[in-house]
Design a protein around this ligand. Structure first.
Ligand code: HEM
Length: 370
């Protein structure tokens, strides 16, 4: 008997390619925000601890700059997480709902872990503004955020393993199991965690362009951003290779042979190599800082997009090998709803653009954490 539930009485109200596109775009944006949160917090706490110990004004200032931005980043993580969750449920509901039920207690706990870590970030930002210590709250928030990432990796890998669902349910139907027997789990989680640092490194290069910061802070941000990019890209590549090598047999060869996914496997390597090179250049020179920062940010984003596409290929081919073909879902397009959705989507983007112009026109606030 096929373990994936076959009943799905409601056809999709829009073409599959449209759901896929929206899902991939919104998930890539979610992942960028997640990267800025995980590594921004990890780097912020580390620099804060060193600054308390070394009395370095530059490190205090940099850790304060990061702490101050984290609650806003968390708001993006959450708001950009909801759309891909809806699209993933629409496209892969039969697999995703099953795995979510099997690990239900952990899945529901995300809400509470999220609230606790978000609260911690507000405390961190407030204490940094007041020039007080925030090591323990920062560490606690980081631990919670890493736990949330681990729970997500558990669910996103468990949904790909219909062969273990029945045994798991019979062993314990209370939703208190994780996907710990999956060989890909730890490498995949470490891949996402380490991948947070190069993206944050690119963001530090952008932050270094802020004209109201003193020279030492800007120089530190630029060099440290370069180090994060170059060093952690290597770690991410190692975990990525491991996670790919541990995929079920035949999956990676099918992804590599697919005309849609193949360019993104090469794109992933190419953007990582170029980003690493820019990181090294930023480390050794202060010339062309603007071009380097914008180039690094673009490459970091493209690298995440490639990562998201390869991940998508792995999911589709793994599920296909278990008899679930996402492109075979029945579709009855409701064009008026699709039209209203697209209109509101474009209007929201326009409104966001307007908000950015308002923000740019606002008088900059002096940021001092020393
Ligand atoms: C601190 C908060 C969060 C962190 C650290 C985090 C981290 C992650 C990570 C690492 C993944 C990739 C997992 C994998 O594929 O192995 C992921 C996927 C995902 N996250 Fe988040 N996340 C957070 C909050 C949220 C929230 C609040 C939502 C939604 C309301 C959300 C929605 C999603 C979705 C839908 C996916 C998978 C999309 C797909 O499979 O296509 N996340 N998240």
């Amino acid at each position: 008997m096929m373990p994936i539930p076959s009943v799905d009485p409601i056809p999709l109200p829009a073409p599959i390619w449209l759901f896929k596109l929206l899902h991939l775009v919104t998930f890539a944006l979610h992942l960028v925000a997640v990267d800025l949160l995980i590594a921004g917090l990890a780097v912020g706490v580390t620099l804060h601890v060193i600054s308390r110990w070394s009395h370095s004004a530059t490190l205090t200032q940099v850790s304060g700059l990061l702490a101050h931005r984290l609650p806003t980043v968390m708001a993006y993580v959450i708001n950009l997480g909801i759309p891909p969750l809806l699209f993933a449920q629409v496209l892969y509901g039969r697999a995703l709902y099953t795995s979510s039920v099997l690990m239900g207690a952990y899945w529901i706990s995300v809400i509470f872990l999220l609230m606790a870590s978000y609260y911690g970030l507000y405390v961190v930002a407030k204490r940094a503004d007041q020039r007080k210590g925030w090591t323990s709250t920062g560490l606690a928030s980081l631990l919670l955020v890493l736990t949330i990432a681990f729970i997500y990796s558990n669910n996103m890998t468990l949904m790909l393993r219909p062969q273990v669902w029945s045994a798991m349910y019979h062993a314990n139907p209370s939703g208190v199991q994780l996907n710990h027997s999956d060989p890909t789990l730890i490498a995949r989680w470490l891949f996402f965690v380490s991948g947070a640092f190069p993206v944050t490194g690119a963001a530090l290069l952008l932050l270094a362009l802020k004209s109201d910061l003193d020279d030492d802070t800007r120089a530190f941000l630029r060099r440290f951003g370069g180090v994060l990019i170059a060093a952690l890209l290597i770690a991410q590549t190692v975990f990525g290779e491991q996670a790919l090598a541990l995929q079920p047999s035949g999956v990676m060869s099918q992804v590599g042979a697919d005309a849609l996914y193949r360019p993104f496997t090469y794109g992933w390597a190419a953007t990582a190599a170029l980003l690493g090179a820019l990181g090294l250049v930023a480390l050794v020179t202060r010339r062309m800082a603007g071009v380097l920062a914008i180039g690094a940010a673009l490459l970091a984003f493209l690298n995440v997009v490639c990562e998201v596409l390869v991940r998508d290929g792995i999911r589709d081919y793994t599920l296909r090998d278990h008899g679930f073909e996402v492109w075979n879902r029945s579709v009855v397009t409701n064009w008026s709803v699709v039209g209203i959705f697209l209109f509101l989507f474009v209007a929201a983007l326009g409104f966001l653009g307007y908000l950015v112009t308002v923000m740019k026109a606002a008088k900059p606030m002096e940021e001092k954490y020393v």
